[in-house]
Design a protein around this ligand. Structure first.
Ligand code: R5P
Length: 288
């Protein structure tokens, strides 16, 4: 097995290879003057099982690079091609919300038919109940929940867990149950990408408590920031954020979140300065 670090996930790929004690090689990714990709393997991959590690942050560029890498690997005679996409983009486009729209998650699944296996972490499964509804290949869905539970157990004493919307139930409530913490899930209305409203459906006393808001993705950050504004009214001791995938697409909202919280923690499915939870072991174990 050879672990190949694509451009968005080189550090993670290196540490997966180190944990598995297998060869690591970097995919050379350059651009021609007009912006087209030029990619090249720097090791012989004929008859090898190759693992392409690429998070789908900045989704269009990262996906095209990954697909070119996969087609090249097939051309060069790789025996098996495994995609490790710690963050799987386009999963939220899981139905046609308005007439004429693309159901992008399904088309991603079609494009991924070149792979033998897809490994990902906490994909956004909302209307789909499992990944095979979009991806017609072998899929391994990992979860960072245990890592988050450990992190909370080590760093907090008796926190309150809040999920900022109904979908966050699968992360927030399940983590809260495991660590025996009180939890509540908010209800969210999303009007546009940049306009959301959240409210708590149930009474929960957050006064003078450490509150942790847990969600799968911080994309623009509007969901989390709306949750923060609601929670602040209860005067908690601290507000903390834990998310699996830290996209942070909106700098202004990111600053607002930072200014109104004690801590922000994400995993390194997308490397950023809050990536304090490392998923390398989780992925390495799935590849054994
Ligand atoms: C959606 O339902 C997810 O669980 C997240 O809450 C959402 O994707 C976050 O998006 P944003 O940060 O743009 O509000």
């Amino acid at each position: 097995m050879i672990i190949i670090g694509c451009s968005k996930s080189r550090e993670l790929a290196k540490s997966i290879a180190k944990k598995l004690k297998v060869k690591y090689s970097e995919l050379l990714v350059n651009k021609f003057p007009d912006g087209e990709f030029h990619i090249r393997y720097m090791t012989d991959i004929k008859n090898e099982i190759i693992v392409l590690v690429q998070t789908l942050h900045e989704p269009n560029e990262s996906t095209l690079e990954l697909l070119f890498a996969a087609y090249t690997a097939k051309d060069l005679g790789a025996k098996k091609i495994i995609a490790v996409c710690p963050y799987l983009a386009y999963m939220r486009q899981d139905k046609r919300f308005n007439s004429g729209e693309a159901v992008s998650s399904k088309y991603m699944g079609q494009l991924f038919k070149i792979f033998d296996t897809l490994i990902t972490i906490d994909p956004h499964l909302h209307r789909y109940k499992n990944l095979n509804e979009a991806y017609p290949i072998k899929c391994i869905k990992l979860s960072a929940n245990l890592l988050i539970e450990d992190f909370i157990a080590k760093n907090y004493n008796n926190p309150i867990i809040i999920g900022p919307d109904d979908e966050s139930y699968q992360w927030a409530s399940s983590i809260a149950n495991k660590i025996h913490a009180s939890a509540a899930v908010m209800h969210k209305n999303r009007f546009t990408s940049n306009k959301v409203r959240v409210h708590l459906n149930e009474e929960i006393d957050m006064n003078k408590k450490d509150v942790i808001i847990i969600d799968d993705i911080i994309s623009t950050g509007h969901t989390i920031f709306e949750a923060i504004k609601t929670i602040k009214k209860d005067k908690p001791k601290s507000i903390n954020i834990i998310a699996i995938h830290g996209v942070f697409a909106d700098k202004k909202i990111y600053d607002d979140i930072k200014d109104n919280t004690k801590s922000i923690v994400t995993t390194n499915t997308i490397q950023n300065k809050h990536s304090d939870i490392n998923v390398a072991d989780l992925i390495a174990n799935a590849l054994k």
